[in-house]
Ligand binder design. Structure first.
Ligand SMILES: [Zn+2]
Ligand SMILES: [Zn+2]
Length: 507
């Protein structure tokens, strides 16, 4: 009897699986017919809308900062898996609040390309190979409504049905590029309404991405959505308190032109792009004073500070790979002392992405009090499916006990008999809420992120100081800090006299 039952169970599963695959293919075929995908080899569309600076919100509960997209044109060639996106972005009437290099002066133009395994940008007249971006740009083709149908039909899709706001819809799902689950919601009238996927992200783990397609109409013989609305990450707005509010990433609201099967849609990969490799991670150390080192060699620095029985690191940027390389350098410079503290200047993702590795290492996180609820979420030791890190694979007990934070409001002193480092809150900043700087009273160093980048050796100061430059200056006055050297998280250390010269150029 038992044997019969299990045989029946297996049989039922096989039938259900086949039915699901057949349902999926028939739903896809109907949508492909309706949307004009069947004979489509290439697609070009243009319009205007907005873009969000993901991971750069002013405070963790805010939405991503927004810019106006005054011109957008995308050309996709499905036969060669190539795509070119040309964008013009302006500050517009959007508030200058948050990161993402604001305010935008004039126009910011970008051209993003992918062809098969190769990705590159055009900046001015230069081709910039971006080998690390190719996979996600390729995946992005499957997130467009027509690309989704093509990708799903070529694979082994499954389908489930559900009632969405009272309407029966079918969710068709397939595995793209052998790794990424892509779900498309297809309506009863055979239109792709929503495409979802997840990307690996060092801060939030499996980063949720969904694009909602509405206002369909017939243009150039195909059904094309008049409104594209993309979320990256979730807005926790339905919960109180909202600790994570960033979600709006991209929108097209005015489609001006759609063409299919355009001539010369396939891209030619520039020769310099073929040989490009993902650059190796480099950590270069420079001793700034007795027991103080700048750990540079990439786009973001860290600063190592030695105390009698332990060391502290200021800033854990980018991702786990960067953190592991920096931690290795720390161990070489100061063997046999634990990293007891990791100082985090602010919550922008490029400055936060390496923090989890230090939590796993056993360091206590020093950050502004306002970041605490958000960091409780993103420093969680829960599973990450797409790219597990150490904190998810080998979860430390201290996390669940809540022992990993020391939070700062206005001032915090990290010190022992040998040295003192003061952490101060930078008030009234437009770049971010809860920004911390580190002041070394003995050495007269100021470590700061994103508020001032000293010019490179032989380089020029900007013509006028930025809002962040001036706010930093006002805070140094308010706190009465006697600084000789500014040690930035981006770029090279520079003398205070240069910073004062820049600030005095105001008006
Ligand atoms: Zn920032
Ligand atoms: Zn930065």
């Amino acid at each position: 009897m038992k044997k019969h039952l299990s045989l029946f169970a297996i049989f039922a599963v096989v039938i259900a699986g086949q039915a699901s695959a057949q349902d999926a293919q028939s739903v896809l075929r109907a949508a492909a017919d309706k949307m004009g995908v069947t004979d489509m080899t290439s697609l070009q569309y243009s319009g205007t809308g907005w873009v969000g600076a993901v991971g750069q919100n002013f405070a963790p509960a805010d939405d991503w900062p927004r810019f106006d997209l005054t011109s957008y044109m995308r050309t996709i060639d499905f036969s060669t898996n190539s795509s070119r996106e040309e964008m013009v972005v302006i500050q517009g009437n959007n508030p200058v609040r948050g990161g993402g290099r604001q305010p935008i002066q004039g126009e910011r133009r970008s051209t993003l390309s992918v062809s098969g395994d190769y990705a590159w940008d055009i900046r001015g007249n230069n081709v910039v190979p971006l080998p690390a971006a190719a996979e996600q740009r390729l995946l992005d083709l499957y997130l467009t409504p027509h690309g989704f149908l093509k990708g799903a039909m070529d694979s082994d899709p499954e389908a489930v049905s559900r009632a969405e706001y009272g309407e029966r819809v079918t969710v068709v799902s397939f595995l793209a590029l052998g790794k990424y689950r892509v779900n498309g919601t297809i309506t009863e009238d055979h239109l792709v309404r929503r495409v979802q996927t997840w990307l690996p992200n060092p801060v939030v783990g499996d980063l949720y991405i969904e694009t909602v397609y509405t206002n369909y109409r017939e243009i150039s013989g195909v059904q094309f959505p008049g409104r594209w609305h993309q979320h990256r990450d979730y807005d926790d707005g339905a919960q109180e308190p909202n600790v994570s509010g960033g979600d709006h990433a991209f929108g097209l609201e005015d489609i001006v032109d759609v063409r299919i099967n355009v001539p010369n849609a396939a891209l030619t990969v520039p020769p310099s792009v073929f040989d490009a490799e993902v650059p190796a991670i480099m950590v270069e150390n420079e001793q700034l004073a007795d027991g103080v080192w700048l750990l540079g060699g990439g786009s973001h620095n860290s600063v190592l500070v030695e105390f009698r029985d332990f060391v502290a690191v200021i800033e854990a940027p980018l991702n786990e790979a960067r953190s592991l390389a920096v931690i290795q350098e720390v161990a070489a410079l100061v063997p046999d002392k634990p990293i007891s503290f990791i100082v985090n200047t602010h919550h922008h993702w490029d400055h936060l992405g390496g923090l989890r590795t230090y939590v796993h290492e056993g360091a206590t996180v020093l950050t502004h009090d306002g970041n605490h609820p958000y960091y409780q979420e993103v420093l969680r030791a829960g599973p990450r499916l797409l790219q597990p890190d150490r904190l998810s694979l080998y979860p430390p007990e201290e996390w669940s006990e809540g022992y990993i934070f020391e939070t700062v409001r206005e001032k915090y002193i990290l010190g022992d008999q040998t040295r003192i480092v003061e952490l101060h809150h930078v008030q009234d900043l437009d770049h971010v809420a809860g920004m911390l700087v580190a002041y070394f009273p003995e050495e007269k160093f100021l470590v700061e992120a994103d508020l001032y980048t000293p010019p490179a050796t032989g380089g020029q100061l900007p013509a006028v100081p930025s809002g962040s430059n001036l706010t930093l200056y006002e805070n140094l006055q308010r706190l009465n800090l006697d600084v000789d050297t500014i040690v930035p998280i981006h770029g090279r250390p520079g003398p205070m006299s240069e910073f004062l010269q820049l600030v005095n150029q105001a008006e």
